[in-house]
Design a protein around this ligand. Structure first.
Ligand SMILES: C[S@@+](CC[C@H](N)C(=O)[O-])C[C@H]1O[C@@H](n2cnc3c(N)ncnc32)[C@H](O)[C@@H]1O
Length: 295
């Protein structure tokens, strides 16, 4: 049954990618069959278990690691959530960050806002594959019903907004935003389930930073995620995000590891994400990707 489900998911991804590729008029897509091969390799990474999990595929980052790598605003935003608020972690892996949030140590380390926090926000973890450890179930059982949920077997784009509901805070630490074959669709879906005045915190590893802190020469290897305008000129991820109407965006470069951390606050409802067409995809942890602005 699980094998059949995985096959259906894989087929779906291939069909979506094929549609996207066919929609593009760009000649560089002559290697689309190899792109489909890369998507299939990527699926093997998601489904890898035990010794087959590639070294760089980290699924157990703590909440402390989230705080360290995401925008400096993240820690305060999470600590300020109240018991009726909701937190979505896209690409949650084991869901360790969520488990850490409910551990008694969290309140001891975040005395400010403790009263307001009360029994804490409701959290939803989503992951393509089920990476829960034995710790998830007893933690869920010790909390109010549905306080934490772990959803798997689908990508973000496969959930309807009704299925997920709305969230005051969304995180994605080397999850869907770093792994998706369709960056603009992913962003659209994330902002769709973000509540007005809520924030989406995410990062990209090895990407050309807005502040030029990691400028490269032409002979250097390309960045992991690259965007270009329709005329082929470079478009920085930060500049692309800043083109989204109704999104207030901050971009923060961090040295080690070299990531650009994004905070995207939804300030009105007329969000329209500038469409990107996938041009290149090479499986990895995370994959190498190149996208071009749609004409
Ligand atoms: C490298 S792990 C990161 C896990 C966790 N955030 C951490 O830092 O430990 C990548 C996670 O992203 C998930 N993922 C990748 N693309 C996704 C998508 N489009 N929608 C939902 N989850 C996705 C994978 O299933 C996996 O759970």
């Amino acid at each position: 049954m699980i094998a059949l489900k995985n096959f259906v998911i894989r087929l779906f991804v291939l069909l979506v990618l094929q549609t996207l590729l066919l929609e593009s008029s760009h000649s560089q897509l002559s290697g689309s069959s190899s792109i489909l091969g890369e998507v299939s390799k990527q699926e093997d990474i998601y489904q890898s278990r035990g010794e087959k999990v590639p070294e760089g595929y980290v699924v157990d980052r703590s909440l402390l690691a989230y705080t360290f790598m995401l925008s400096s605003e993240f820690d305060r935003s999470l600590a300020n959530l109240g018991p009726t608020d909701r937190w979505l972690d896209i690409g949650a892996g084991q869901g360790q960050a969520i488990l850490d949030y409910y551990a008694p140590r969290y309140d001891a380390m975040h005395l400010e806002g403790r009263e307001r926090r009360g029994k804490k926000a409701q959290s939803v973890a989503i992951s393509i594959e089920d990476r829960r450890t034995p710790l998830w179930r007893p933690t869920a059982a010790s909390l109010d019903a549905n306080k934490i949920r772990y959803l798997f077997g689908k990508r973000l784009r496969e959930y309807s907004p009704e299925e997920l509901g709305k969230f005051q805070l969304i995180t994605d630490l080397l999850g869907g935003f770093s792994y998706t074959t369709s960056l603009s669709l992913f962003m659209e879906n994330a902002l769709n389930v973000l509540e007005l005045n809520g924030s989406f915190f995410t990062i990209l590893l090895d990407v050309h930073a807005e502040n030029e802190a990691n400028r490269r020469t032409a002979s250097d290897s390309p960045f992991l995620t690259t965007l270009e305008n329709a005329d082929g000129s470079e478009l920085k991820v930060c500049s692309w995000l800043k083109r989204i109407p109704c999104a207030e965006v901050t971009c923060e470069f961090k040295e080690s590891p070299p990531v650009e951390a994004y905070r995207i606050r939804k300030v009105c409802n007329d969000v329209a994400v500038p469409a990107l067409v996938p041009m290149q995809f090479k499986a990895g942890t995370p994959p190498e990707r190149r996208f071009q602005m749609a004409r």
